[in-house]
Design a protein around this ligand. Structure first.
Ligand code: PEP
Ligand code: MG
Length: 755
């Protein structure tokens, strides 16, 4: 038999795809190069790539060698049509010796197909995902043999992932493309979980995970720029970043550290700038030079695969984007994100802060749990946040309006006007400050007169406003780690003192509970270089880190003691797993007290010292602990995670994250009993305290102190007034007698409250 083509060589050449990718200045050009390579090796005249767009169930010609290049982007066909559509529909190659005689052949005028006889279409799939169809054609009749079909299928399979990536990038970058790639038209609504309540209506911006998007941005338009333009753009970018820093300081006084330092430093970095100017001197157009250097940095960081360094990737991309905008004159006054709902696969708390400073409206996150710290921070920043698994949202068309009804976990894509009106109206009511203020009482108590403390959790100093407005009875938990997370180094004792003092003075006469550093898990510091931890929640987290860095721990304790001068303060130690650890922490406090005394500093010598009950190991020794601790605070976010072995940040196990699991409730009961026996206050400061549905149960278990996000105080005041302790105790008894989660859920569901 006559061998027309050497298929072994063809498969080998596919190995050169990476090279094609690297040289191509756009995804379109990359696909084009693939078609040229395939025609060469298949010995035919035509190779075309059609990409599939699920939203419209349409195939679009994206690259061709041999047909009229002007048809690219214009030839579109429904999958129900033609031989090309048939290949995708039936998931098999369609080979025709004289295609034009097949009644299914779809003829497009102007495309230049008339003269081609043989036709071979092979669908491109990645797993089950339909990517598109690759077609080859020849002028000769009956040209393609069974070996050709086999070889062509093999090559298509090898290219599927790369072509799919190209399709995503084209769609992300193609401003004209109005329909999302992977979001089927019928997806109008996505149900997620609430991470931070609130409502937002805006267009979306997807934080790209790919590094190649800058390549496209850099060369768009094709204008030439000079070296001087590039220098000006660098200066302008620096100025903008400094301005953003100042604005942020004005809104978030505890965030005085330069959170944009990393980005400003990059612009000052000789290595970074030299690399750009080196390329420019070699004839590369400045936007491409910037894109190339930024991409190099990003890929270097990506290769390290150290989650602690991912924050840097965000910084590099962000500075690159900003620089390109300033260079090409496509800069917007406040960056890409202002007024948008940000969609991201993953975010760090410091990313949330940066986005906040860029005035975003909301966040859709494809990872993390409702008790993850980025969600906690979003609540303090008043940014609605929904967590979902819906990957298709990553491909939302930027012009699509999305309505985020975060309290309900609802995401409406291109919302119906009626839904929009209803949700916005409810939001209006929720924001009605005078009405909310009316719901709170100076001395909250139950219907039958039991006094209950309703305190506030403070993450940022900005939370104090709501805490005061809603009459919080002090601060039950100050998460001191947030100011640490956005700095580029450990804050000094004096810096910390200023922040803690503002906190203490922010609630004069009230009790303030300062928790020591709880870093680790999902809260990472970019400036500590620990080796990567496989299980960060079980690693060097929290008090363990404080013991490892006693200098940092001592500085923090001294700052807290000094800030507490003349006020009632409590110091709370997180993640205590043994009596030994608590005694060690107490001893270090004592050392600090002695130091401050010797130095004749003004400070509080006798703060109450408490244990956060977050680990099952502490529950087991709770009576002994009660003899040493002045108070307990139950951190249900971690207690649930560690008792049930369910990662609080992993949305895929979220249905197993159940605060009402009988083991958790019985553990809490034991803590309350130990507290009663030793006259120690037991409070609850995890997210369970935010939930009205748990209040009756927790009161019934004997808890009388709740610390919650300040914004939830009004609804908890209101619920408290509806409850009577005797009824709550009956409910708790009934629930504690149950051993099945489902039964407890049923009982909780059936509780009715007076209007
Ligand atoms: C908790 O674990 O419940 C808690 C309040 O601490 P954090 O959420 O900061 O870990
Ligand atoms: Mg915790």
């Amino acid at each position: 038999m006559f061998i027309k083509r050497d298929h072994t060589k063809l498969i080998c050449d596919v190995g050169e795809i990476a090279g094609l990718f690297h040289d191509a200045v756009s995804m379109e050009e990359f696909l084009q190069k693939i078609t040229a390579m395939v025609t060469r090796h298949m010995g035919c005249e035509v190779c075309s790539i059609y990409l599939y767009y699920a939203g419209r169930q349409e195939l679009v010609l994206r690259a061709t060698t041999g047909l009229n290049p002007a048809s690219v982007g214009k030839v579109r066909m429904a999958v129900a049509e033609g031989l090309t559509g048939q290949a995708l529909r039936e998931k098999r190659p369609i080979c025709e010796g004289q295609a034009r005689h097949n009644p299914n052949f779809r003829f497009f005028p102007g495309i230049g197909e008339e003269k081609f006889e043989s036709f071979l279409a092979v669908p491109i799939f990645r797993g089950n995902v339909e990517v598109g169809v690759m077609v080859i054609q020849s002028e000769k009749k009956d040209y393609f043999s069974p070996e050709d079909i086999q070889a062509f299928r093999a090559i298509t399979a090898q290219l599927a992932t790369t072509i799919e990536t190209a399709r995503l990038l084209i769609t992300l970058n193609d401003k004209k493309e109005k329909t999302p790639v992977a979001l089927p038209q019928e997806v109008k609504f996505v149900r997620g979980r609430c991470g931070s309540e609130g409502v937002a209506l805006a267009a979306t911006v997807v934080i790209s995970e790919t590094v190649t998007d800058l390549r496209h941005d850099g060369t768009a338009g094709g204008e030439r720029y000079s070296e001087a333009d590039c220098r000006r753009a660098i200066e302008e970018t620096e100025r903008q970043l400094e301005e953003m820093q100042l604005q942020l300081e004005a809104t978030l006084p505890d965030m005085t550290a330069l959170i944009f330092t990393a980005q400003i430093l990059m612009l000052k970095d000789k290595g970074f700038c030299d690399a750009i100017f080196h390329l420019i001197k070699g004839g590369v157009n400045p936007p491409s030079a910037v894109a190339q250097v930024v991409n190099d940095y990003v890929s270097k960081f990506s290769r390290i695969e150290d989650s602690y360094l991912r924050e840097k990737i965000y910084d590099v991309k962000d500075v690159g984007r900003r620089l390109l905008e300033n260079l090409t004159g496509r800069a917007r006054a406040h960056g890409d994100y202002e007024g948008k709902i940000v969609v991201a696969r993953e975010l760090f708390p410091s990313d949330a802060l940066k986005l906040f400073s860029q005035k975003i409206k909301g966040i859709i996150l494809l990872s993390g749990g409702a008790t993850s710290h980025v969600a906690i921070l979003a609540r303090s920043l008043n940014i609605p946040l929904v967590i979902t698994h819906e990957e298709a949202l990553l491909f939302l068309d930027p012009s699509t309006d999305v309505l985020l009804d975060a309290s309900m976990g609802s995401i409406y894509i291109d919302p119906d006007p009626l839904v929009k009106a209803k949700v916005l109206q409810r939001d209006e009511l929720n924001r009605n400050l005078p009405a909310l203020k009316k719901m709170v009482r100076e001395h909250p108590q139950t219907r039958d007169g039991t006094a209950v403390r309703l305190m506030a959790n403070i993450n940022l100093l900005g939370d104090l406003k709501a805490a005061n407005e809603f009459k919080a009875d002090g601060v039950g938990l100050y998460r001191s780690e947030f100011p640490f997370m956005i700095r580029s180094n450990f804050p000094s004792e004096d810096e910390q003192y200023l922040i803690y003092r503002r906190l203490v003075e922010g609630m004069p006469g009230k009790e303030i509970t300062l928790r020591t550093l709880d870093i680790g898990g999902d809260k990472v510091l970019s400036y500590t270089h620990y080796s990567r931890e496989e299980n960060p929640f079980l690693g060097l987290r929290s008090i363990r880190l404080s013991f490892k860095h006693t200098d940092v721990f001592v500085a923090q304790l001294r700052a807290m003691l000094r800030a507490g001068a003349g006020q009632r303060i409590r110091i709370l130690f997180p993640m205590i797993s043994s009596l030994d650890e608590f005694l060690q922490a107490k001893a270090i406090v004592q050392e600090c007290v002695q130091q401050l005394e010797t130095q004749r500093r003004e400070f509080n010598p006798s703060p109450l010292l408490g244990v956060m009950v977050e680990l099952p190991s502490t529950v087991e020794i709770i009576n002994e602990m009660a003899q040493e601790a002045d108070f307990f605070s139950i951190g249900t976010n971690d207690l649930v995670q560690y008792m049930l072995a369910v990662d609080r940040t992993n949305d895929s196990v979220a249905p197993l994250y159940l605060p009402h699991h009988p083991s958790v409730l019985r553990a809490m009961k034991r803590v309350v009993e130990a507290g009663l026996k030793h006259a120690r206050e037991v409070s609850i400061c995890g997210d369970m305290a935010n939930e009205p549905k748990y209040l009756s149960l927790l009161l019934g278990l004997g808890i009388r102190c709740f610390s919650m996000d300040a914004r939830y105080l009004p609804r908890m005041h209101e619920r408290l007034r509806q409850l009577s302790v005797s009824e709550c105790e009956k409910l708790a008894q009934e629930i504690l007698a149950q051993s099945q989660i489902s039964r407890i859920a049923q009982i909780l569901e059936s509780v009715r409250y007076p209007a």
